[in-house]
Design a protein around this ligand. Structure first.
Ligand code: ATP
Length: 386
């Protein structure tokens, strides 16, 4: 098993903008780390640099403390699991899994190959499919064969490049939990690239968020959700996305387009001297005021807001509050949406409501907001001030 250290890694294709820009990261032995970010942020390039499929423009890559920048991929002892599985259609499952062992000519006896493949197949519950060809397997089973190939190599680390993106939503969920359980069981250092934040949040010990080649934050899923360092991370992590609402701060009151919000003094103090701030509020920080537990109520404030419409999802509802941003704020929201690869950040607030809430569109609603959780962002730098 292996630790992997990235020191100031840079990748430039030609003279262009760096696809990976000064990325430093320590991946501990046995750790499961996720590289996440929108399309084009450089996550696949970074993974390909680690495995050796892409030259490193500058910086150092260390595996178990040894610099491997100039080592060929086959000498790095890392196993890559690709999106398209890279299975051979004419070979059986057994031979597909055995493939890397057969490649290392003479290193393994037939008996050893049989044992390694059978053990991997048992771990992956593929034993009864060993004689089949890939065409006769489901997407999930093919995925497991690709994983089997990584396991038999007894690689120091697994590198996954969006392995689930070809699967339908249900299978993706199932495979996600299989990969997670298998990684914990084997304890093999793993680096996993995805643009899917659910995968990032559920699989990783830590998640590294990239934007335009630059590492924004590396933290546990909980820390990313609760303490995002900037607007980008805050907007990228969480679903529905965090709401961003422009406000001016007066004492401990935020004056916003949907009304005044009183926040804890120590939070407001962090935005002292700023003209406009962006208030970051996750939909789930709101509740229908009628449903708030009494113990919690003093930690937030109640306000009234016009709900345009609601969506009922069974286990919860979403309520929408439109607001009119001035042109400057609209531009800021548009830029942010572009960075996050989102269609647009609508000038509206989404609130999560209890499924039993009677709040409906076309009327004002009494909402409670947990003001302890509100974030304040500097609109110029994007930094989280709180
Ligand atoms: P996706 O999720 O769409 O795969 P990504 O985050 O994995 O995106 P990369 O594929 O690493 O992003 O690409 C990062 C940047 O480098 C992009 O701007 C891309 O256009 C550019 N790029 C990637 N490969 C090459 C290449 N071979 N030549 C030139 N530019 C490249």
């Amino acid at each position: 098993m292996a630790s992997i250290t990235l020191k100031n890694l840079v990748k430039k294709y030609g003279d262009g903008f760096p696809a990976v820009n000064d990325v430093s990261l320590d991946i501990a032995d046995g750790e499961f780390i996720i590289l996440v970010g929108p399309s084009g942020c450089g996550k696949s390039t970074l993974l390909r640099m680690i495995v050796g499929l892409e030259d490193i423009t500058s910086g150092d890559l260390l595996i178990n403390g040894e610099r491997v920048n100039d080592k060929a991929p086959r000498d790095r002892n890392l196993a890559m699991v690709f999106q398209n599985y890279a299975l051979y259609p004419h070979l059986t499952v057994f031979e597909n899994i055995a493939f890397p062992l057969r490649l290392a000519k003479g290193k393994y006896t037939d008996e050893q190959v049989r044992k390694l493949v059978n053990d991997a197949a048992a771990t992956l519950e593929l034993t009864e499919h060993l004689d089949r060809k890939p065409a006769n397997l489901s997407g999930g089973q093919r995925q497991r064969v690709a994983m089997g190939r990584a396991i038999v190599r007894q690689a120091d680390a697994f590198l996954f490049d969006e392995p689930l993106s070809n699967l339908d939503a249900k299978l993706r969920g199932q495979m996600r939990s299989e990969i997670s359980q298998m990684q914990r069981r084997l304890g093999t250092t793993s680096v996993y690239v995805t643009h899917d934040q659910t995968e990032a949040m559920t699989l990783g010990d830590r998640v590294a968020v990239l934007k335009k080649g630059i590492l924004q934050q590396v933290a546990s899923p909980r820390e990313l959700y609760e303490q995002p360092v900037n607007l980008f991370v805050a907007g990228f992590i969480g679903s529905p996305s965090m709401n961003f609402l422009p406000a001016t701060v007066e004492g401990n009151v935020l004056r916003t387009a949907v009304g005044d919000l009183t926040i804890p003094q120590e939070k407001a103090a962090k935005a002292a001297g700023k003209g406009i701030v962006l208030v970051g509020i996750r939909p789930e920080f709101f509740e229908d005021a009628k449903f708030v537990d009494e113990a919690k109520r003093p930690h937030g404030s109640v306000f009234s807001a016009p709900i345009s419409h609601t969506e009922w999802l069974g286990n919860e509802q979403y309520g929408y509050i439109p607001f009119n941003p001035d042109p400057e704020v609209k531009e800021l929201l548009d830029n942010l949406a572009r960075d996050m690869d989102a269609d647009a950040l609508r000038p509206q607030i989404v609130v999560t409501l209890d499924s039993a809430s009677r709040i409906r569109g076309g009327r004002d609603a009494e909402l409670w907001l947990d003001t302890r959780k509100v974030h304040l962002f500097d609109p110029e730098t994007g930094d989280n001030l709180t």
